[in-house]
Ligand binder design. Structure first.
Ligand SMILES: [Fe+2]
Length: 276
């Protein structure tokens, strides 16, 4: 697990976060490892993407190569950890100030719990607290049994880029039930400025406005069509829905995932009346 001492909580209390040179954003979903999936195909591209993360004021990134689905049998946990160590060493040598931690974007699969036990797939930041789950875009599957099985292991699913899955956003009752079962929803930073089309943009804003989106992440793959846009997302959310929400979904909750702490949800905030 990441050493939380390295992350300045003081910085996230600053309303002007993230000031240049401060702690920076935490990105919990990024394809920054070379030669694993549809992210960088070599180490040079990986370094370029890491430089783009730094430009976007991201100081910690969870490397989330695709696991299972079309990557079944490859990209296993120890290979990801080894690649993360290698990339951190290169970044350190090049004085590129971003720290990479291991994770995965795991295709929904009924074998997930067993694969966690067998150390084949990774939880976010390798903390055994949250796992990033990807659902198919074209067909709807009800993952409630999988959510419950994971939660019974005290591991909480984060559903990736929900706004880009029309079969899911058309099922608000089911999404609501999943959230009630302790699943959390992640949306893509660049969807908020329309990079994935009007429908995804509208659904991303609807999920934020309703309080159902818990986390914003880049899902960056490269420095061209899929580059990180966290700063832009933070500014857009601050302007349209207020700084409290921008802080919660772009700063506080990603930090909590990294630290393995409880994610702040709308119901928790309403119950406790805290201002985050
Ligand atoms: Fe992804």
């Amino acid at each position: 697990m990441i050493d939380s001492e390295n992350i300045s909580v003081m910085n996230i209390k600053n309303n002007n976060f993230p000031p240049e040179g401060s702690g920076g954003f935490i990105d919990i979903h990024c394809h920054c490892l070379a030669d694993f999936d549809d992210g960088p195909s070599n180490i040079s591209e990986s370094i370029l993407l890491c430089r783009a993360l730094v430009e976007d004021n991201i100081s910690f990134v969870v490397a989330t190569p695709h696991q299972l689905g079309r990557f079944d049998g490859v990209n296993e946990a120890q290979a990801v950890r080894d690649a993360v160590n290698k990339l951190n060493s290169i970044l350190n040598d090049l004085e590129i100030p971003v720290k990479v931690v291991p994770g995965g974007e795991v295709r929904a699969d009924e074998r997930i719990c067993q694969f966690i036990e067998d150390d084949k797939i990774l939880t976010l930041a390798d903390s055994r607290r949250y796992i990033l789950i990807e659902l198919p875009h074209q067909v709807f599957i009800d993952i409630e049994p999988m959510i419950r099985a994971l939660v019974s292991m005290d591991i909480y699913p984060v559903i990736s880029h929900v706004e880009r899955i029309p079969t899911l956003t058309k099922e608000p009752d089911i999404l609501s039930r999943w959230i009630g079962d302790f699943a959390y929803l992640q949306i893509t930073a660049s969807s908020l400025s329309g990079d994935f089309g009007l429908e995804a943009e509208r659904d991303a804003w609807d999920l934020l406005t309703s309080g159902w989106a818990h986390l914003v992440a880049t899902d960056a793959h490269n420095v061209n069509s899929r580059r990180p846009k966290m700063k832009n997302a933070y500014e857009l959310i601050s302007r349209r829905l207020g700084e409290d929400l921008a802080n919660r979904v772009c700063i506080h909750n990603p930090l909590r995932v990294l630290q393995g702490k409880d994610i702040l949800s709308k119901s928790i905030i309403e119950e406790s009346r805290i201002g985050l």
